[in-house]
Design a protein around this ligand. Structure first.
Ligand SMILES: Nc1ncnc2c1ncn2[C@@H]1O[C@H](COP(=O)(O)OP(=O)(O)OP(=O)(O)O)[C@@H](O)[C@H]1O
Ligand SMILES: [Mg+2]
Length: 400
């Protein structure tokens, strides 16, 4: 397949040299049966590149088994990857196939490879080098024929330095590396990506697409997009909804951008703006202050005219839609200061609360799990486990 065909088939958008080089790499290495490491910040498109590699590979008619190594609890990761024999654990009542066996003849994609425990890394290296694996509790090795793709948003060389990733596995994996640059390093692609996402979104929601003004795109090119293409896509989708399908102007973009959360998890109310040119930082601060001011004015106006309001989002008072009669007063509704509505007390359990907190925080941070874990005060591994536990994302996907 040539580059154009690969783009068409995989849906990878981009004309920048950076993306064209990524696609050239895909065209070159996909047809050869070797392992490939894909690196890049969160949201740069590692998974979409893996899908393209699968499509162009000789194994395109076989399965692509995706395993999120960070989502599997450490204690069972080897049994999940390599399988186990009956009796290997107290509750191992029968032999179980691991993902490597499931992927036989096809491809296994080890996502978040940096999260694999060191002991498991030794075994991965063995499979990569000899094609042999040893199910947990087995006495004989098994042969498998699996091609391995691995991805990470961490710097593996740093982890090797710190003793957190095995050097031998790193050298084995990095022979063929496809690095996807951050979106801010290929801003030429932004207009094409916006166009694609806006078209897809309006089409699937039966909306008329009225486009983005050139000035709006220009401002978007100056944004840091720490969540990369994923953040851009979410931004495009939400601005179209919030502006009700209107043609998107520079004012609209600036309005919505000022308040999008960034990787540092900066609170709207705190004037902390990092890693931005001074003009952009200043603009963002002014916009935030204006926003807060407007919120305050609205809040006071409502209090004076209609009485208390209810709050549906933390820190975002909205007008009550109830038709009850309001007595004008300057009393501030106590409930709006609480995280949990009084009416929910007695009707929920901790799992519901935790699930909702995780789901909404993930959304706020454009699915950036690192920022979400940080903001919720839990380790990334715990977050992965919870995401899995609450079925917020599938841990393993099988595509054929
Ligand atoms: N060049 C691109 N063209 C079209 N869509 C893209 C492109 N790059 C990324 N996307 C889209 O952006 C979103 C994020 O991409 P993807 O899931 O591949 O990122 P990732 O690098 O795997 O992120 P993470 O490290 O967080 O798992 C997806 O919806 C993907 O389809
Ligand atoms: Mg990914």
């Amino acid at each position: 397949m040539n580059i154009e065909q690969i783009q068409k088939k995989s849906g990878i958008v981009g004309r920048s040299d950076a993306i064209q080089q990524v696609l050239e790499m895909v065209a070159q290495v996909a047809p050869v049966d070797i392992s490939v490491l894909i690196t890049g910040e969160s949201g740069t498109g590692k998974e979409i590149v893996v899908k393209a590699l699968h499509q162009v590979s000789k194994r395109s008619h076989e399965q692509l088994v995706t395993v999120n190594c960070g989502a599997i609890p450490q204690g069972i990761i080897e049994s999940e990857l390599f399988g186990h024999k009956k009796g290997a654990y107290t509750d191992a009542r029968e032999d179980r196939k691991g993902y490597f066996e499931t992927a036989h003849k096809g491809i296994i994609f080890l996502d978040e490879i940096a999260e694999t425990p060191l002991e498991t890394q030794v075994k991965l290296l063995r499979v990569l080098e000899t094609g042999e694996l040893m199910p947990v509790g087995a006495s004989k090795t098994k042969k498998t024929d699996v091609r391995v793709f691995a991805a990470t948003n961490k710097n593996l060389a740093d982890l090797v330095e710190k003793g957190q990733f095995r050097q031998d596995l790193y050298y084995r994996l990095k022979t063929v590396t496809i690095h996807i640059p951050a979106l801010r390093q290929r801003v030429e692609d932004i207009s094409l990506l916006v166009e694609r996402f806006a078209l897809e979104f309006t089409r699937s929601n039966d909306m008329v697409y009225r486009g983005f003004m050139p000035d709006a795109i220009r401002v978007m090119k100056n944004h840091p997009w720490k969540g990369n293409v994923r953040e851009l896509k979410n931004f495009v989708d939400s601005i179209i909804v919030l502006e009700k399908g209107e043609r998107i102007t520079v004012e609209m973009v600036e309005k919505h951008m000022g308040f999008s959360p960034n990787e540092t998890g900066a609170n709207l109310a705190l004037p902390v703006v990092m890693q931005q040119p001074p003009e952009a930082a200043e603009r963002e601060l002014i916009l935030r202050q204006l926003f807060l001011l407007r919120q305050d004015v609205e809040f006071l106006k409502q209090l004076a005219t209609q009485g208390p309001m209810v709050s549906d989002q933390i820190g975002m008072p909205i007008m009550s839609h109830s038709s009850e009669q309001f007595t004008p007063s300057l009393h501030i509704d106590e409930e709006s200061a609480l995280f949990i509505k009084n009416s929910s007390i007695g009707e929920m359990n901790m799992d519901d609360l935790e699930r909702e907190a995780i789901e909404r925080t993930l959304k706020l941070f454009n699915n950036n799990r690192r920022a979400t874990a940080k903001s919720l005060g839990m380790s990334e591994r715990t977050l992965y486990r919870k995401i899995d536990q609450y079925g917020l994302e599938r841990k393993i996907k099988i595509r054929s």
